[in-house]
Design a protein around this ligand. Sequence first.
Ligand code: NAP
Length: 279
Amino acid sequence: MSQIIDGKAIAAQIKDELKEEVMRMRSGGISAALAVIQVGRDPASSIYVNNKKKACEYVGIHSEVYELPEEVSQEELLALVGRLNRDDKINGILVQLPLPGHINEESVITAISPKKDVDGFHTENAGRLMVGKKGFIPCTPAGIIQLIKRSGFDIEGKECVVIGRSNIVGKPMAALLLQENGTVTVAHSKTAHLKEVSSRADILVAAIGKPKFITADYVKEGAVVIDVGIHRMADRKMCGDVDFDSVYKKAAAITPVPGGVGPMTIAMLLCNCVEAAKR
Ligand code: NAP
């Protein structure tokens, strides 16, 4: 029987720990505040922004949401980022992605002060992660490390395979697993013999963006399988990049979708906000 890694429960545990920390900080005169910028009214983005706001409220982090119209210019958006960078009351700034096509995402991300970049997407923070210096770590891979550790699995010495090499998931994931002394392979769309590569993994992280792509024949018996993908199917049900029903029987542990990696992403954003306030 495979263990189902309960991301909801682990995220709740982290949020409760943070709530206590925020209370302790407040009694020492330190408060945490996050500014979230949303451009346009994409329904999925609105749900994410609202969830972040609610999570901040729960742990006691002040949050401010800036809703800008779809047609806002890049200059106006950059001006707001600049104002928030200079605002001493704001510790963390997050720009909800994706942005409309006329705005260059990279310019906006690099305009955020690295000290307030709680998403960990700024190149300075990406560089810090690569050389093992303290900085902000992207929330999804940071959450996955917590999921693995808090479920009682060791990373050190383990064969880790990450499928996907995006800047926000795959690459930082590989860097973090390496920091934890895993032996890391990064696979992608040009990887030859993917099944052979992924079947070597003691820890397999699937961040591909293709529903139910990873079936049991990609997985080693007894592996820990982390499913980063999120997809809404035609029947409105959600699934991940892993074919849960077949992989569940073979893996030692697996994250479900929903309720696995997803809840951890927000929990780690809160961690980064608290860290930003402390710094
Ligand atoms: P992405 O930027 O589209 O990257 C996908 C990666 O998968 C790329 O590196 C791509 O390789 C690789 N890939 C695509 N097809 C492949 C194949 N047939 N074989 C092997 N590798 C393949 O996606 P992302 O932003 O990393 O996100 C991945 C998934 O995670 C998406 O479903 C996304 O919605 C989800 N996600 C979830 C959370 C969460 O909180 N749970 C957070 C972020 C993302 P190339 O580089 O060669 O193109």
